[in-house]
Design a protein around this ligand. Structure first.
Ligand code: ACO
Length: 324
C-alpha cells in the first residue's frame, strides 16, 4: 500500500464581465477574424476595478471545498499558483487562507506563469505523498489584464482573468495506474529562454509592475515540441499509451497548440476539453477552470484517465496524469 493524493473536488470562478473580440477591436487594430483564426479565442472575462486575484481565488476555492464536501478548517496546506499577486508580499495564498477562515496549516504562492497549476499540483501532491499534509487546496488564480499592455495588439488579445481550484486528499491504494489519484507529475524549466516571454518590470529591477512582452512564434515552436516530450514522459513513466487517455485537459493558450498536441496523441476532438474560445489564456487558472467545467457537466467520471499539460514563461513546463 502507498499514499497518493486524489482530487476530491473542484471549482472555478470567472469575473462577470465578458469582453468579445469585436469590443477589443475598438481599442487596438485587430479583428474578430484574425484573433479566431490565429488563436481560437472569441471572448475572455476581465476582472472589475477593485476585484483582485485573491477575490477570484476565494470564489474558486469555496466552490471546490463545497464540491468536495469539506471545511476550510480541515485543509493542511494551500498552494496558490499566480503570476499576478495582490501585492509583492505577503503571498496572495495567505490572504486567501484568512478569507477562507483557515487558522491552521500553511499557505504559499507558486510562480510558474502558465505552467503554475501543474507546478502547484506537483508541490501539493508531494506534500501529501510524504505525509506532511493530508488535505490540500490547490488554486490557480490570475488577473493577467493588470499586466497587459493594452496598446500592444500582439499580446492584449490573448489573455483573460479567472480562477480554478481543486481539493487534494490522501488515499491509500496499491499505487497502480488503475488506482485513483495523481499517478505522476513531471516538471521542467529552462531559464535560457527567460526573454521569450516576460514582464518588463518588477520590484528588484524597475520598481514598477511592468507589462507582458512575448516572442509569440518562438513560444509557439517551443510549446509544441516541449509539450509533446513531457506528455510522452508522463505516459512512459506509467506504462501507458495515448490510447489509454480518456481526457486531455490542456493549458488553454491557443487552439492551434492544443489541436497540435491532440493530433499527435491521435485523440478524438471530443476528448479534448476546450475553454480557450470563451476564457482566452488565463495562465495558471486555465487548467482548473477547464477541469471544473468538464467535471461539472459529467464528461470526466471516476475511473477516467486525465492528462494535463502546460507551458509558460521561464520557460517552465510540465504534465500530470490523474486517474479520476
Ligand atoms: N490583430 C491583427 N493583427 C495582428 C495581431 C492582432 N491582434 N497581432 C499581430 N498581428 C499581426 C502582426 O503584426 C503581423 O503583421 P505583419 O506581418 O504585418 O508584421 C501578423 O499579424 C502576423 O504576426 P505573427 O506574430 O507572425 O502571427 P502568428 O501567426 O505567429 O500568431 C500568435 C501570433 C497568435 C501570438 C502566435 O504566435 C501564438 O499563438 N504563439 C504562442 C504564444 C502564446 O500562446 N502565448 C501565450 C503565453 S505562453 C503560453 O501560455 C503557452
Amino acid at each position: 500500500m502507498m499514499i497518493r493524493s486524489r482530487i476530491a473536488g473542484c471549482g472555478s470562478y470567472l469575473p462577470e464581465r465578458a469582453v468579445s473580440n469585436v469590443e477589443l477591436a475598438e481599442r487596438v487594430e485587430t479583428s474578430d477574424d484574425w484573433i479566431v483564426q490565429r488563436t481560437g479565442i472569441r471572448s475572455r472575462h476581465l476582472a472589475a476595478d477593485g476585484e483582485l486575484t485573491s477575490d477570484l481565488a476565494v470564489h474558486a476555492a469555496r466552490a471546490a471545498l463545497e464540491h468536495a464536501g469539506v471545511d476550510a478548517g480541515s485543509i493542511d496546506c494551500l498552494i496558490l499558483a499566480t503570476t499576478t499577486p495582490d501585492n509583492t508580499f505577503p503571498s496572495t495564498a495567505t490572504k486567501v487562507q484568512a478569507a477562507l477562515g483557515m487558522t491552521r496549516g500553511f499557505a504559499m504562492d507558486v510562480q510558474a506563469v502558465c505552467a503554475g497549476f501543474i507546478y502547484a499540483l506537483s508541490v501539493a501532491d508531494n506534500f501529501i505523498r510524504n505525509g506532511q499534509a493530508r488535505r490540500a487546496l490547490v488554486i490557480g488564480a490570475e488577473t493577467f489584464s493588470r499586466i497587459l499592455d493594452w496598446e500592444d495588439r500582439t499580446t492584449c488579445v490573448l489573455f483573460g482573468d479567472g480562477a480554478g481550484a481543486v481539493v487534494l486528499e490522501a488515499v491509500e491504494n496499491e499505487g497502480t495506474s488503475a488506482d485513483a489519484g495523481v499517478l505522476s507529475t513531471h516538471l521542467h524549466s529552462d531559464g535560457r529562454f527567460y526573454d521569450l516571454l516576460y514582464v518588463n518590470g518588477g520590484p528588484s529591477s524597475t520598481g514598477t509592475v511592468g507589462h507582458v512582452r512575448m516572442h509569440g512564434q518562438e513560444i509557439f515552436r517551443h510549446a509544441v515540441t516541449k509539450l509533446s516530450e513531457v506528455v510522452d514522459e508522463a505516459l512512459t513513466a506509467n506504462g501507458l499509451t495515448p490510447a489509454d487517455i480518456d481526457w486531455l485537459v490542456p493549458h488553454q493558450a491557443n487552439r492551434r497548440i492544443i489541436d497540435g498536441i491532440g493530433r499527435k496523441l491521435k485523440l478524438a476532438a471530443d476528448k479534448v476539453v476546450l475553454t480557450v474560445d470563451r476564457h482566452g489564456n488565463t495562465s495558471a487558472a486555465s487548467i482548473p477552470l477547464a477541469l471544473a467545467e468538464a467535471v461539472a457537466d459529467g464528461r470526466i467520471r471516476r475511473g477516467d484517465l486525465v492528462l494535463m499539460e502546460a507551458i509558460g514563461g521561464g520557460l517552465t513546463w510540465g504534465a500530470a496524469l490523474i486517474r479520476w
